[in-house]
Design a protein around this ligand. Sequence first.
Ligand code: MTE
Ligand code: MOS
Length: 798
Amino acid sequence: MTSQTDPQIRPESPSEHRGVGAAEPHESAALHVTGAAQYTDDIAVRDPRTLHAWPVQAPHAHARVLALDTAGARAVDGVVEVLTAEHVPGINDAGVKGDEPLFPRVVMFHGHAVCWVLGETQEAARRGAEAVVVDYEPLDALITLDEAIAAESFQGRQPVLRRGDVGAGLAEAPHRFSGTFSFGGQEHFYLETHASLALVDEAGQVMIHSSTQHPTETQEIVAHVLGVASHEVTVQALRMGGGFGGKEMQPHGLAAVAALGAVRTGRPVRVRLTRTQDITMTGKRHPFAAQWEVGFDDAGRLRALKAVITSDGGWSLDLSEPVLSRALCHIDNAYLIPAVEVLGRIAKTHKTSQTAFRGFGGPQGMLIIEDILGRCAPLLGLAPDELRRRNLYRPGDVTPYGQPVRHAERLGDIWDQLEDRADVVARRRQVEEFNARHGHRKRGLALTPVKFGISFNFTAFNQAGALVHVYKDGSVLINHGGTEMGQGLHTKMRQVAATALGVPLEQVRLAPTRTDKVPNTSATAASSGADLNGGAVRNACEQIRQSLAEVASRRLGVHSHDVRFSDGEVRGLGTEPVSFADVVRDAYLQRVQLFAAGYHRTEGIHWDPVAMRGEPFKYFAYGAAVSEVEVDGFTGAHRLLRTDILHDVGDSLSPLIDVGQIEGGFVQGVGWLTLEDLRWDEGDSPGRGRVLSQAASTYKLPSFSEMPEDFTVHLYERATEPGVVYGSKAVGEPPLMLAFSVREALRAAVAAFGPGGSSVELPSPATPEAVFWALRRAREAAGDEAARDEAAEPVSGG
Ligand code: MTE
Ligand code: MOS
């Protein structure tokens, strides 16, 4: 039977009271689609006294600021103030590493803001910014990763992931291959650009509204820029229109500019980047370059991997070190590699400071091994799917950093179930038949797995707090440290509270995330938002429920252990129910506390970042996808015909939300791998270092038309995860990597243009243009064969 006192056991019929496990829409879905949802900038423009900030962006990738003359700006009608370094009362730095001057003396990337103008209107501020005269001394700039590597321009630690004797492993492997692979980054392109609003009250208390995934860190940076203590600054994150990691560290400096402006003028100050400012000023997913050497045995099993991987960190460290750690910890993806030696480096270039992006380096590490397998399979004479299947982790295996792969059997199980569900064997035959009949169109089908570690590598971040209030009428208000960016965290937290207190969902409201409610929070990141904050919300609710059980036991005449809470009612074994609200009223009259602070820390994890060893992850999330594509031989254009996904979310807290996360993550991954092409001016013109793809007109994002035409997502069943809130698993990031199936399907389709069995090198992103050149190479390799095929093509085909 259902027991509310056992936290692992769920209610029997979640759909009735809409608690955990119920398919609930996003709590703000109706507000999102009607435009009624308020975002940070909606709050900012309500007050007519609000001043607007505009940056003066440098037109050089690297330059010394010799002189800054703001007199012209001050003369512009409507300009109120020009903020420069001399106005900073505290520390002139916007980062946590001390390497990000807020008002720089040396410009480090094209578009770097050297000062900010405040105006009565945004237009006045913009005209003011144009009137600021800056004298620059241009310096040499490193723009490409290759240039930085050649110049040995690196920053941060250079960790090595090591297991076994890689030299011996390679020497003994009967099949050895080596190669290089460089691939692109990704612009977050959240719908809401960065925004903050700062207000100062009569006592000097600073209130910041910010589109931040990490309110506590925004608070800390604002405090140190202002030279005040943390308790003088409050940060609220109402909701974000997407964060995707781009608002984990990048909001701090912008919030500090608003705060500085508010303190100096006494008026509210708003910073909201335009799309082009956002793209040219804020960090993106790290591009990487890899050099590798790999050895296989005769059965196609990986024996050894030796690699050097270098990320492009941009001008400052930001989150580049943890992103690199996660790349190293995911270079195995779902495969056992007995001997490993991978050196990681972060290049320092004169570009935006690259940062977290969904998967946090994991996707980059995994892309490297998937590319290696995709390229080596034909050279080993194996089908790529078969090569992948043979190398999957099995029970008892351990990752290169020393963590046992718990539930490794799920990888093979998910793979086989998916093959069944998606009818892969029959469809592979159909693809072959199609390809035999068509010379100018080819199809490809590929399966790829995902294994993704959940928890912050930095152990201290794996804690969270919550504050739960029960009012006298039995209504519940919850507050937790996580931020809502569209991922459905607040929806899940309401469901957790509803289940933990045994009340209907309507009885639980959620208040915006604020640092004065829950302090010292971690970023809502690493997909751990629901795990950590859910643990804290449940803990707070359980404290309250225990107090209420005592109160109810006296009223019902039963032992408190036998009191049950469900559907807004409280009952003893065999007693008539009383309402939750009645018990709450009794509790108030008996002076029993009706609110609680909850706390959660993830147990059993540890990590040594220098040795790159430990058990940094609470568990792994697993999944697999199979995708089928069709490529046009004349243009390289491709269509995603069908994708089937089977993904492990444990016992889902909220299945509709989870399926949405899987679909959205997958499509965002498809964007990164096949469409989104960030271009920088790498030439010698004065525009060197400029981001060329500054808008949606030049930066192609996935939309409905890039969704698979036939798209099925299933949640892996009987997947209870012990020790995590109600047996669930994190879902935010892992599904992005399911998009590898599309890239590998493209590789298969390209291969079909060439002679059988040759290795295809596919750039990333595999844009139509890149696919076109790849299939041209394949066709050239095919030589006469292609000409013969073309002649044989039926008139109606192709
Ligand atoms: N989903 C939406 N709709 N919007 C987002 O910004 N961010 C992703 C993912 N899903 C994001 C999203 C990223 S990068 C992370 S780390 C997780 O959500 C964070 O949320 P969670 O930890 O609460 O799952
Ligand atoms: Mo997500 S990249 O960890 O914010």
